[in-house]
Design a protein around this ligand. Structure first.
Ligand code: ATP
Length: 583
């Protein structure tokens, strides 16, 4: 991204907070104005009092100086609150925008952009922009005002003394700039090492049973010690750099002071410089130390911020591939029957040479119960993901009640289809909240009814806190079968006309699976059910069975018809019977 576009982006981030920015900048200007004026008062005090020292003269100078100094610190505080506050506000806005934008993107986006990278953009990169807009803006404005107001007054007092004392400041600026890059890299390394160690802790806690089964405690101890040592080394390097830089700045500032004392003292002796002017110059030189040093940090903060703007804009400029068409049709769920059709439907994953689905055609009547069986990788999940448009499918191939699904609003399409995916994902909250995730306002009775259809209610009432039992991270405290039936109850809570179960009862025994299937149409209408499964005895009870192979539907019929036909279904059925016998 070009610098001008980046600056425009920064402007756009700042725009909503222009009032605070203006107030902050005015406050900084005032602080710097006072910072120049107060030493001038001190100068007159010193010059007057050195001629005639009276208590009334002391009071005459001390009170305004004390009041102005207090006012200066108060205004400085206000400027910091306003300007740092903008950084925090922009951080809040950006995090919210990124999160909301990520929610609009399709699952395929998250397959190519890892969670770690997205988290780092939403945290570290946002943090860099916060620093750029808070700290860097404050420091830059402060440095500009400090030099703009102080330098002319210093030069008017003594040009050569000013130039001699500030001659060392460019060196200070360069030093800080070099170090600040180093400090940021070292800080990033500490964070990286810390995240390595927390990843190890997280993995080991999740896999503690595996560690014990294979007696790997010693190896894990070594791995932890190594990562812990890496954190220590990175922290020590950072501390060394910090502890070198700050005394060095102090040292260089003292050199400036020494130059003024050395050159100034001889001028005072010669009568060409008053003591008041000498003291004023000393104060001004001191005043310019921090703005100069901070400018070095500001440049690094700007460079980091630039990279971060690009990284964040890369997310925000990604347009969702699956979105409502401008003329998308609104199809209220109450009017839908649930008839599904595919007409020569094909789908290929990006970069894949062979299509995952190849010219599939079928009709599933409303209220029909269809099982989809087939070998691993034959395209069953791809078909299931296509119906609620979790995949970016082309128009004119899949239809719901005769309407092209790409023309229906996503909200309507997805509320028409209840979908239980292969992996039953549970949140670390109560059983009740997990079930009513699909309808957060559902009453307790509705949750219980859904759990009854999914045949999980009798087990839930034996949990320690019944429906209020916390299921642990990703449902860890539940068995695989319990997790699957909880996810099924979640789908049953919404009275959608179409229900897709993608191998969603694989951890449930055949009898329970068949009982659940018989239960499914117990809502206000008969649902269209698409039951993807490897459990052929449960599939046999469905109205029809589709047999898939290499992205195509190779057989369609009832269990009896398919057995008579022979082909892939009979082979699968024979294998299934052998497996059942061996159980
Ligand atoms: N995200 C993806 N990117 C690229 N290829 C994919 C992706 N997901 C699936 N595939 C490929 O598409 C084909 C169909 O996969 P799909 O998951 O639909 O099969 P499946 O019949 O559901 O298998 P299973 O019975 O194991 O669940 C496979 O060859 C698979 O490798």
């Amino acid at each position: 991204m070009a610098t001008s576009r980046r600056l425009a982006k920064l402007g756009a981030y700042l725009l909503p907070h222009w009032r605070e920015a203006t107030l902050g900048v005015i406050a900084l200007l005032t602080v710097n104005g006072l910072g120049v004026y107060i030493p001038l008062l001190i100068r007159s005090a010193v010059d007057k009092l050195s001629i005639q020292f009276t208590m009334s003269q002391v009071v005459h100078y001390v009170i305004p100086i004390a009041l102005l100094t207090s006012a200066m610190w108060l205004i400085r505080m206000a400027s910091r609150i306003w300007l740092f506050g903008i950084g925090r506000q922009v951080e809040f806005d950006l995090k919210q925008t990124i999160f909301e934008h990520l929610l609009t993107l399709e699952p395929a986006y998250f397959a190519t952009n890892t969670a770690g990278d997205l988290i780092s953009r939403a945290t570290s990169d946002v943090d860099n922009i916060r620093r750029l807009l808070g700290f860097a803006m404050l420091s830059l404005a402060n440095t500009v005002f400090a030099y703009m107001l102080t330098l002319p007054v210093m030069l008017s007092i003594s040009m050569d003394l000013t130039l001699a004392s500030l001659a060392i400041y460019p060196l200070m600026f360069m030093l800080v700039h070099l170090y600040s890059d180093k400090l940021r890299n070292q800080q990033a390394k500490v964070q990286q090492k810390l995240s390595d160690i927390s990843e190890l802790i997280q993995e080991d806690i999740s896999g503690i049973s595996l560690i014990k089964i294979y007696a790997q405690e010693e190896n894990e101890r070594h791995a932890f010690a190594q990562k812990n040592k890496n954190v220590l080394t990175a922290n020590l390097k950072l501390a060394t750099s910090r502890n070198t830089l700050f005394p060095l700045i102090g040292g260089l500032a003292s050199v400036s002071t020494l130059i003024i004392i050395w050159l100034g003292a001889s001028r005072i002796a010669a009568g060409s410089l008053t003591v008041g002017n000498f003291v004023t110059l000393l104060i001004y030189v001191e005043r310019l130390v921090f703005p100069t040093a901070l400018l070095g940090f500001t440049i690094t903060a700007y460079q980091r911020g630039e990279v971060s703007i690009d990284r964040i804009e890369a997310i925000l400029s990604t347009k969702p591939k699956i979105a409502n068409l401008p003329d998308a049709i609104h199809l209220p769920i109450e009017q839908l029957k649930g008839k599904i059709q595919a007409r020569l439907f094909s789908f290929s994953y990006p970069g894949s040479k062979t299509p995952a689905l190849d010219d599939i055609s079928f009709t599933i009547e409303a209220g029909e119960n269809v099982a989809i069986v087939g070998a691993i990788g034959s395209g069953k999940t791809t078909l299931a993901n296509s119906l609620p448009r979790l995949l970016d499918i082309a128009p004119g191939q899949l239809f719901l009640d005769g309407v092209d699904i790409t023309k229906i609003t996503l909200e309507d399409l997805r509320s028409a289809i209840a979908y239980v995916p292969q992996e039953s994902f549970l949140f670390s909250t109560t059983v009740k909240n997990n079930i009513r995730y699909s309808d957060p306002l559902a009453e307790y009775q509705e949750v219980e009814d859904a759990a009854k259809i999914a045949q999980i209610h009798p087990e839930i009432i034996n949990f320690p806190d019944r429906y209020e039992t916390i299921v642990g991270e990703r449902g860890i405290t539940l068995s695989g079968g319990q997790r699957q039936r909880t996810a099924l109850a979640r789908a049953m809570l919404v009275d959608a006309p179409v229900l897709i179960l993608d191998d969603a009862l694989s951890s449930v025994d055949n009898q329970t699976a068949t009982a659940i299937l018989n239960n499914l149409s117990g809502g206000t209408r008969k649902k269209t059910v698409i039951f993807i499964t490897h459990q052929l005895s449960a599939a046999a009870a469905c109205d029809r069975i589709f047999v898939m192979d290499k992205g195509q539907i190779v057989q369609i019929g009832t269990h009896r018809e398919l057995l008579q036909q022979g082909g892939l279904y009979r082979t699968l059925w024979s294998q299934h019977q052998v497996e059942e016998l061996l159980k």
